[in-house]
Design a protein around this ligand. Structure first.
Ligand SMILES: Nc1nc2c(ncn2[C@@H]2O[C@H](COP(=O)(O)OP(=O)(O)O)[C@@H](O)[C@H]2O)c(=O)[nH]1
Ligand SMILES: *[C@@H]1O[C@H](CO)[C@@H](O)[C@H](O)[C@H]1NC(C)=O
Ligand SMILES: *[C@@H]1O[C@H](CO)[C@@H](O)[C@H](O)[C@H]1NC(C)=O
Ligand SMILES: [Mg+2]
Length: 369
């Protein structure tokens, strides 16, 4: 009898665990509230590539302050829970983190009462906290509303996000008065600091994304080797590249990924390569690798026909998926056997960082080879 009841309870627990899957596990961990407090920020600048660079900078900052990082949702036309795209456990090897919706439902009622919900803005010292405009416009308003966060007050600061300011942050914003530092902008530079690129290794795609990648690899290429290329060529990019040579810089958007520690400035050719440059480099890589499958990711013009025509002697098979989620293109490129990307694009930089961690080869349009 006892054993039977025991078994019933056991089965019940298993069922509850299945229904609530991660939450029942998470709640246990939440009994530990971090006495050092939390950090939350909006990834409110740009789209995925920009957001990923800013996220890694923010992750490094959270560790510097030794506050738990509340993993922000990715921002598309709506908030995408961080864990829809990336695993949480690998990040915990680097620093304490909690997913934002998890924090809001399970910890915020105790840790972050309404009257402690203070919005943090970096503003010059002649500005007032009413200039913070924490929730003004898209994506700011939408981001916080979808997390059910309202602010009762604001704090403005001029502190930087590097190791020299850590003591100042602790002094001005001690955790007992400011349990959550919730920031209008990510506490990070763009382009990201090269030192933080290695943090990419803690970003592991969720099983859902991986399954989709493997499925596409099967359908498109029978799971055999392919070269992934990124063609960033929508009109916003044409504009972004048009005056690039007048800036005389190595730091234009993501360009440090190929230019820092060189003697070169960003050029039009690097930013918006001609069709001829695309055919030239791609043909070289096909001949070098003997890989005939080509996967094209693009925001606009896929050049599938043109590439097939120009490389007809090489018998290439050119595919373009145009996935509903741009991160699927990133993951497909990251998993390719050779990658050619756009040095100025942070969409490319997300791919390149992941490949560097795995020691996979990459090249850039308009840049050697
Ligand atoms: N699906 C897809 N979307 C892209 C591609 N390139 C650019 N985009 C879209 O354009 C956005 C570019 O912004 P971002 O990711 O910040 O990178 P950046 O502007 O190139 O530095 C991406 O997030 C996508 O929404 C691509 O190859 N495939
Ligand atoms: C950081 O915070 C954790 C958890 O609150 C604590 O155990 C650890 O000692 C702190 N580390 C430093 C360097 O203060
Ligand atoms: C797909 O790959 C499998 C395993 O490598 C191979 O046996 C099969 O012939 C391939 N199919 C086609 C259509 O190429
Ligand atoms: Mg952008």
């Amino acid at each position: 009898m006892f054993q039977y009841r025991y078994a019933c309870i056991f089965i019940l627990i298993i069922n509850i665990k299945n229904v609530f899957s991660t939450t029942s596990f998470e709640i246990k961990q939440h009994e530990n509230i971090d006495p050092n407090g939390y950090i939350l920020f909006c990834l409110c600048m740009g789209r995925f590539g920009n957001q990923a660079e800013q996220f890694l900078g923010g992750l490094a900052f959270a560790k510097l302050l030794n506050r738990t990082l509340i993993l922000p949702p990715w921002r598309t036309y709506k908030n995408i829970p961080f864990t829809d795209w990336f695993e949480i456990e690998p990040i915990r090897e680097y620093h304490r983190v909690i997913e934002a919706y998890d924090f809001m439902s399970n910890l915020a009622p105790r840790v972050w009462p309404d009257d402690k919900r203070i919005g943090f803005c970096w503003l010059p010292s002649d500005k007032k906290k009413t200039d913070c405009n924490m929730k003004q416009g898209n994506p700011f308003e939408n981001f916080w509303n979808e997390l059910y966060v309202d602010f009762t007050d604001y704090a403005i600061y001029q502190l930087s996000y590097d190791e020299h300011s850590v003591d100042d942050w602790h002094e001005r914003f001690p955790p007992k008065d400011f349990p959550v530092i919730s920031m209008k902008e990510a506490p990070a530079q763009f382009p990201m600091l090269s030192n933080n690129r290695k943090l990419q290794k803690y970003l592991k795609w969720s099983q859902k994304i991986l399954d989709e990648v493997y499925q596409h690899q099967q359908t498109l290429f029978n799971s055999s080797k392919y070269i992934g290329i990124h063609l960033r060529n929508d009109i916003d990019w044409l504009k972004a590249c048009s005056d690039i040579e007048t800036y005389h810089t190595q730091y234009y958007m993501a360009s440090p990924q190929c230019l820092e520690e060189t003697e070169f400035y960003a050029t039009k050719k690097l930013c918006y390569p001609s069709d001829e440059e695309i055919f030239r480099l791609l043909k070289n890589i096909v001949i070098l690798t003997q890989i005939k499958n080509i996967y094209v990711a693009t925001d606009k013009r896929s050049m599938v026909k043109e590439i097939g025509h120009e490389l007809s002697k090489q018998n290439v098979i050119v595919k373009h998926l145009d996935p509903w989620l741009p991160v699927i293109d990133i993951a497909m490129l990251a998993h390719s056997d050779y990658f050619i990307g756009n040095c100025v694009s942070s969409f490319t930089s997300a791919v390149k960082r992941e490949r560097d961690i795995k020691n996979l080869p990459s090249a850039f349009w308009g840049f050697s080879n």
